[in-house]
Design a protein around this ligand. Structure first.
Ligand code: FES
Length: 578
């Protein structure tokens, strides 16, 4: 086997398996040939892993098996040898307590599978929310040539003449149902009309955000984030990605050469311009940690604060991902904020991000707005600090009510997500339109995995009065499809004794987004008394992965990655074991 292909810059990893004489080469070659692969495929060409999160338990990724075939065709066309393998899949609608608890597990699955096998480069097939960051994190820890292909957004939901956006309209429909405006039968019809094709949520939720961020960072081909899942052009993109990964292996372009500090800065700015999900904050902090890139929560504020949101998609705006694709997709957005971007960042297809977007043409200025007519002036993430969040908390201004961005109100405290569910609609709940809802014990350790309960449903009695938003504060996350004046990711979290644990009903809290402040108006002597009386909740797990998670997960301001996964180890082939 010739492991030095003519245009290859370095020795292939796979040669350590298939290129060895004697029994150490005989075994991998022979067992590979048992699958019907010819000797020709083992002649020293790059072996491309196709890392697939397809699962019938992850409906959003159900087209990835088909897309894997298109990737394989592209790999073969370019002279590579494609090998598809499964990894854990994370389906947002089903997994309990929350997929976020398993993001780090999936990343470990990817990392160890890549390192243990004869793989020279990898195509990551992702879709549902956590699958994209988990695959990128695992691949980053290995640092092979890598390209990402997303399953793509599903077709727009349509119900009785109105557009239904995944997630976002569930919250609205639920409010209508709880207040008697919608019957059970109506709700059932809406259920069938919302999700009508393969693909991810078609709002600007976490899946769309992360697919677009991957595109913005240059690790996916142009239009990866927006081509609808059933559109034949997605299959073409998969085929092109398959061919391109072979070239990346031949040229020796590792993932860390694409995911540079400039790529992270572009990601933060693009997240602001698209009105992206708050979950992206956690995922990019964790991803940067794997690569050893200096990138902090404050970077989110400094880099993203003044980026206008120019994409009019739900939950912040009106339209859906199919409309975004037809309007020209992400290259148009990036071209419209191009003076804010690092245009010299590398694009996976070769060349720079600047070259990628130079000829972008917008086709609908209502969906992707011009710079001088943004949806909101501040599209990014605002980082808040103060005695209630010494290590930070975040708010998404484009999803918030402007009149509540500076507010003082009395706390209505819920001790847990279960307590919230039980009492939020109780007629005796002492709450009014100026109240601030506070939810505890929903952080990385408190509810292992930080559930998306931060956008607490409003009390039914206030909904009936016409109240549409309240300030809500928690150490939880919020679905990318949710909206409201919601302060999230408070760190340190309440379960480990962060100041959030000390809040009591009736305490006054002040939020001021201009001043970046989040203050609990209780004097230090009283707080010290409460701190002494604090009893941490019992750990949720006593064994297994749950125990590993609670013992090693870092706080939200560090991306909730495991402390022992920070940094990378590369992919030196391990010793032969027979
Ligand atoms: Fe999978 Fe929204 S539930 S992308």
């Amino acid at each position: 086997m010739n492991s030095e292909k003519p245009n290859s810059k370095r020795k292939l990893r796979s040669a350590e398996w298939f290129g060895i004489d004697g029994k150490h080469g005989f075994v991998p070659r022979s067992w590979m040939r048992s699958q019907g692969f010819s000797e020709r495929l083992l002649d020293g060409r790059p072996v491309i892993g196709i890392c697939n999160t397809w699962s019938e338990l992850t409906n959003c990724n159900r087209n990835l098996r088909e897309l894997a075939e298109h990737v394989k065709r592209g790999v073969l066309m370019a002279g590579g040898f494609p090998l598809e393998f499964p990894v854990t899949s994370l389906g947002e609608p089903f997994m309990r307590p929350t997929t976020m608890m398993f993001r780090n597990l999936l990343s470990m699955d990817v990392e160890e599978t890549l390192r243990a096998n004869p793989i020279d480069g990898v195509v990551l097939l992702a879709g549902c929310d956590k699958t994209t960051p988990a695959l990128l994190m695992g691949a980053a820890s290995c640092d092979l040539p890598t390209i990402l292909v997303s399953s793509g957004p599903m077709l727009n939901g349509k119900f009785r003449g109105r557009q239904l956006g995944s997630g976002t309209d569930v919250f609205r429909l639920d409010d209508e149902y709880r207040t008697g405006k919608l019957s059970k039968k109506d709700l059932g019809e809406a259920e069938a009309a919302m999700s009508r094709s393969a693909g991810t949520c078609m709002t600007m939720g976490t899946a769309s955000t992360m697919a677009l961020i991957a595109e913005a960072m240059g690790v996916a081909l142009p239009m990866n984030g927006s081509i609808p899942a059933p559109d034949s052009r997605r299959a073409v993109l998969a085929e092109m990605s398959g061919s391109r990964i072979v070239e990346l292996v031949q040229q020796g372009v590792d993932l860390s050469q694409i995911l540079t500090r400039g790529a992270f800065e572009n990601a933060v700015k693009v997240n602001g311009a698209i009105g992206g999900s708050t979950n992206a904050v956690l995922h990019l902090l964790a991803l940067a940690g794997r690569l050893g890139i200096e990138f902090s929560l404050d970077d989110w504020h400094e880099l993203g604060r003044d980026v206008p949101c120019i994409v009019d998609l739900k939950p912040s705006g009106r339209f859906l991902m199919e409309d975004f694709f037809e309007a020209g997709g992400l290259p148009v957005v990036m071209e419209r904020i191009s003076e804010m971007l690092d245009l010299n960042a590398t694009a996976i297809e070769g060349g720079t991000i600047g070259e990628r977007i130079s000829d972008a043409v917008g086709y609908d200025d209502e969906v992707i707005r011009p710079r001088d007519n943004p949806l909101t002036e501040q599209g990014g993430i605002i980082v808040l600090r103060g005695n209630l969040a010494p290590d930070g908390a975040i708010i998404k201004p484009s999803a918030a009510s402007p009149e509540l961005m500076k507010h003082r109100g009395k706390a209505v405290v819920f001790e847990s997500a279960a307590d919230l569910r039980e009492r939020i609609d109780h007629p005796d709940l002492d709450v009014d339109k100026n109240s601030i809802l506070v939810l505890k014990n929903s952080g990385p350790q408190g509810y292992p995995g930080m559930p998306e309960v931060g956008s607490m449903a409003l009390p039914a009695k206030l909904l009936k009065q016409g109240v549409t938003d309240l300030v809500r504060i928690s150490d939880a996350r919020m679905s990318g499809t949710a909206f409201g004046t919601v302060v999230l990711h408070v760190a340190p979290e309440s379960a480990i004794g962060g100041p959030l644990a000390l809040v009591q009903n009736g305490d006054f809290i002040t939020i001021d987004t201009d001043a970046q402040r989040l203050e609990l108006e209780v004097d230090e002597a009283e707080l010290a008394k409460r701190r002494t009386a604090f009893i941490p909740p019992q750990p949720a797990h006593s064994r297994g992965y749950g125990l590993l998670y609670t013992e090693h997960v870092q706080q939200a301001d560090k991306g909730a990655d495991f402390d022992f996964l920070v940094g990378k180890s590369g992919t030196p082939p391990s010793k032969v074991s027979f």
